[in-house]
Design a protein around this ligand. Structure first.
Ligand code: CAP
Ligand code: MG
Length: 419
């Protein structure tokens, strides 16, 4: 087949087609020619017409069916993909095409997954309502922290920081993305000691406390660690979804543990940050919801890392809602029976950011603060208390300034960070 055979602007996508929305910047050719070649390389074609081609396979060709400015929609027949195989899907629609000379830039903005393909994946085990039930937190956002400093603490010091955060008011305490089983803080010992502290904090506070221990490692080792967390009664595991890889993430999900999976997205910005080239965070979010993570970092708008409000709101909608509507740079999606993934805002946050985040991202959210809790002048417990006070004030419709008159930890936090 020739590149032109991959274009049909009259084509009406079939229900079983997977649709991709690309932002295409051609390299010295027309947008049509560039788009045809993207469809060709990402489905059945190659740079030349080959003698091995058969008539029966023509129906498998992807079709460019809409070009509006540089926004291009391509329909991929569902039979092109193996069900329940996330790496396989990505090797087609997000594979060789980004390096093609015929495009100057190419960005995969969104995907619409057909229901048959959706059904071949597990999706999240818990979803938002399952996590709320497990944590017995029903009407407010969750408050979380990351043990800091991110690397270097010895095991008992790590467990103590987690304990202080829990008794101060955090629901969730997680490891940092680059903590695994280093010599100074071995996985098994850290897990046991930190879970003991979670139990103690539960007894003392009467609240549920979860430790999101980082199981990111070589696949078999990751599974071994997850099994150990389950044996010791952990509620959550965390994994760096990009560095771990999509296949390994499927293995983890299909392990069908009785624990929720927290997804850290370290490395994502290497391919999501450039607005002209790469893969949008929205697509990554969809892939990991499909595979089945229960919580996912989506950005903060106001914190230390890149991500504007409209983008962060869109990602939250994509992972938390059952149905998503079409817009200029996104496609509609009906998630069917796939459960929701709870959004996590993290990175450079402190209690002063809470009203903004709840206003824009709502209550179905984890407000996660590392430096913003452990940097409090009164220490970790006081920092966690300030974070919970900021949540209470916001939900009661009281300004932080007013609330801080009667809440000392919040007052101290505001003094430090709102100068
Ligand atoms: C937050 C964090 C997270 C970021 C990652 C950090 O700590 O632990 O890794 O949230 O970014 O090390 O930066 P602080 P994102 O609260 O101390 O900033 O959530 O955007 O993926
Ligand atoms: Mg981190």
């Amino acid at each position: 087949m020739k590149p032109q055979d991959f274009l049909n602007l009259k084509y009406k996508p079939h229900e079983s087609d997977l649709i991709c929305l690309f932002r295409v910047e051609p390299n010295k050719v027309s947008i049509k020619e560039a788009s045809e070649n993207v469809a060709l390389e990402s489905s059945t074609g190659t740079w030349d017409e080959v003698s091995t081609e058969k008539e029966y396979m023509k129906k498998l060709a992807a079709k460019v069916f809409s070009i509006k400015g540089n926004m291009v929609k391509i329909a991929y027949p569902g039979e092109l993909f193996e069900g329940g195989n996330a790496p396989n899907i990505l090797s087609s629609i997000a594979g060789n095409i980004f390096g093609m000379k015929i495009v100057k830039n190419l960005r995969l903005e969104d995907i619409k997954i057909p229901s048959e393909l959706l059904k071949s994946f597990e999706g999240p085990k818990f979803g938002i309502s399952g996590i709320r039930k497990m944590m017995k937190v029903y009407n407010r956002p969750f408050v979380g922290t990351i043990v800091k400093p991110k690397l270097g603490l010895k095991t008992l010091d790590h467990a103590k920081v987690a304990y202080d955060a829990w008794v101060g008011g955090c629901d969730l305490v997680k490891d940092d993305e680059n903590l695994s089983s280093q010599k100074f803080n071995k996985f098994e010992e850290r897990l046991a000691r930190t879970l003991e502290k979670a139990d103690r904090a539960e007894e003392e506070t009467g609240e549920k406390k979860a430790y999101l221990v980082n199981v990111t490692a070589e696949t078999k080792e990751m599974m071994k660690r997850a099994e150990l967390v389950e044996q010791l009664g952990g509620k959550f595991i965390m994994v760096d979804v990009v560095t771990e890889g999509f296949g390994a993430l499927q293995t983890l999900r299909e392990g069908n543990f009785k624990m929720a999976i927290h997804a850290h997205r370290a490395m994502h910005a290497a391919f999501t940050r450039n607005p002209k080239h790469g893969i949008s965070m929205n697509v990554l979010a969809e892939m990991v919801r499909l595979i089945g993570v229960d919580t996912l970092h989506i950005g903060t708008v106001v914190g230390k890392l890149e991500g504007k409000l409209s983008e962060v709101e869109e990602i939250e909608e994509e992972i938390e809602k059952k149905k998503v509507k079409e817009a200029h740079d996104r496609l509609s999606q009906n998630w069917g029976k796939i459960k929701s993934t709870l959004a996590v805002s993290s990175g450079g946050l402190h209690p002063g950011h809470v009203p903004f985040l709840i206003k824009h991202l709502g209550r179905d959210l984890v407000l996660q603060m590392g430096g913003g809790i452990h940097g409090h002048p009164g220490g970790t417990q006081a920092g966690a208390r300030a974070a919970r006070q900021a949540v209470d004030a916001t939900l009661a419709g009281i300004s932080l300034k007013k609330y801080s008159k009667t809440h000392y930890e919040l007052a101290q936090a505001l003094q430090l960070w709102m100068k």
